[in-house]
Ligand binder design. Sequence first.
Ligand SMILES: [Mn+2]
Length: 403
Amino acid sequence: MPVRGLALPLATYRRRRADALRLLRTAFGERVPLLLLGSDELALRRDRQDPWFDYFCGCAEPDAALLLDPTRAPHDTLFLEAGDPSRVIWDGARLGADEKARKAHGIAAVERHERLEDAVALALRRSGGLLAMCHRSREPGAQAAAFTQWKEKLGARATVLNAETHLAALRVIKDADEVAWHRKAIAITAAGLKTVLPQIPRLQGEAEVASLLTMHYRSVAYGPLAFPPIVGSGANGATLHYPFNDQPLRRGMPLLIDSGATAGGYCADVTRTVPQHGRFDDPRFREVYELVLQANALGRKHARPGITFDELNKLAWAPIIAAGFTRHHGLSHFIGLDVHDPGDRSQPLRPGMIISNEPGIYLPDDGFGIRIEDDLLITKDGCEELTRAIPKDIRGIEAWMKS
Ligand SMILES: [Mn+2]
């Protein structure tokens, strides 16, 4: 059976684990262990491996756990759940807690999952009852549920600390391999849009657009989507996280499409707003579109090391505010293993960060919403627009829709 996951070199995961222990030592003291829980079988199949767990070991097995204990040699132990043998015929075989799994993950030690509680209890005795876990405080995920569960399980025996703000400092900077995965995810997304955009004038519903894009994104490796596509026809495009995709398309109206593939676990996040009949001939739509495009260009122009999200927001939204429209959301978020990657948004931008650039104007009363979203890699002296192959100017979109 193949060992899945492990999108990056083993040395990268080792370096991240060492960095995590170093950051925790500074934040919480010498002896505090870090516990990371992988997704369970259901969450893994429905969605994906928990990004925090994935980040530190690349392991794709269900119900796995990682314990980094600075008081123990070796520090790093991956716990694997063998699962119920009678389930193998249903769910397939799992990786055993053996030498093959240890070598494949390049980790110091592998143990059976049933040993985890004892290992945590031992670590707690040495840390004076302190245990670090890591979960998104803004957006719940598998770790958030695990955090609560372990907090309850340990009760008065432990103080559970959320290490997110400390460890997110690692995730905001992407190395060359991570950038390569982002490029791949964006290339898959671009190919999907290139195939689906010209079909839109002949399609009947939002659902068709969403499923054709999904088919493209998943046909590469049947991997997870960055998030379920948002396909909003007309006024539905003015609902920021429109979740339904169940309305008929309406020729002549704009269509907002916010979607992204993943590759190696890394997300693309791209929005385009297009006229459903392929031509920007509605003067009101065209006028507002040009304004959003102008804001998007300003975001790209000013995204560079040293600038903060706040400053970037002020510069990019200026023409939209000046024209009397409302700003409903931020221009940018970090992108990574999570489509909204964790990270301190008050820090100045640095090379290696990948952020979205997504101004929008939402006019439900006029019957449309417009967002134009690109993914930017912050470079030494500016930024690289990773999504530049996907057209957003009027001529470029009209050309793709005609092809
Ligand atoms: Mn986004």
